[in-house]
Design a protein around this ligand. Sequence first.
Ligand SMILES: Cc1ncc(COP(=O)(O)O)c(C=O)c1O
Length: 385
Amino acid sequence: MEFSKRLDLFGDEVFSSLNAKRLELERQGRTIYDLSVGTPDFEPPAHIVDALVDSAHTPADWKYSLHDLPEMLQAVCDYYARRYGVTLTPDMVTSVGGTQEGMGHLGMALLDEGDTVLIPDPCYPVFRTGCVLGGGTPVYYPLSAEHDFLPYVAGIDPEAADRAKAIVVSLPANPVGSVGTPEVYAEIIDFAREHDLLVVHDNAYSDIIFDGPAGGSFLSYPGAQDVGVEFFSLSKSFNVTGARISFLVGRPDVIAALDKLRSQIDFGMFYPVQRAAIAALTGPLDSVERQRLLYQERRDALCDGLESIGWDRPNAHGTLFVWARIPNGRMDSMAFCMELMDRAGVIVTPGSSFGPAGEGYVRFALVMPPEKIRDAVDAIAAAGI
Ligand SMILES: Cc1ncc(COP(=O)(O)O)c(C=O)c1O
């Protein structure tokens, strides 16, 4: 059978090649340090698990939910007020099955064939996916070392910006680990106004920021609510990645458009998951702060370790990831990752899988305790890399 040409828009999944190699090394009995995928090794707080379990014992909570519970929408609004100082109303909030799914479908609600979207390079891959599934064409803007891996909108071609319909921004940024500043957000908002762009901000890591004040929301900056929406995922803050809890918040017209699209293909979030979300949003946040400090210890262990064995000190101010330049100016990140796995048993993600500007870099995920991270660095050193 000839399948849709749409499938040709996507390359091979990089994690499957890494995994095949990993299985081969495991069969040989090698010690493996897997720092490739960003799945947290921390646990979800007990009050969130309890809310889900209690709900699962209620037969009515197994029906199609069809809609977001008003209490859940209100809980998101209250959380935004408490945590970010942002005032939202329930018509400015909708649930999605993870930012991955929401971003994957948003392009279908926003774009027509031939539309363009400004997308960071390198970036989290679903930013591109959402654009191309909606019939759009991505136009990359760089996140480069020269501008501290932050969006530099003054460098974007104004004509390309005029033609584009939206700009995707995500700070703290996966994979590059940069963290937004009020000045950068102000420039992005002015740029969006000037070129009539919707800003789609992905705020997956506001709780994993190092060395400075707690992270915020894009929507807290002056003018942001006129030009933008934000994906707000609970995955990483509360270690609930498998439960798929995220929200799109912000401009009601965009929320309504995504809701209309999703109502055709989705019958709502499972009630026990909605109750878990309410528990997370209304409950204590001390575990989130503890976790931030633990991630920071891991970041320090990795960056100190890599520097001590001759790597450039990586860019790593936030997120679960550390973005490291491959030593000796090597550019072929996929080949380097295979070699690193073969010789040191350390699995990391090639920079090229996040976009053309990722070549020459690899991404480490901070998903192991500091002592294990130090062991991984020792293994890299022992392999002579
Ligand atoms: C930038 C970014 N956005 C979104 C996600 C996924 O979020 P969710 O679990 O809500 O789909 C990730 C996961 O790694 C991410 O790095």
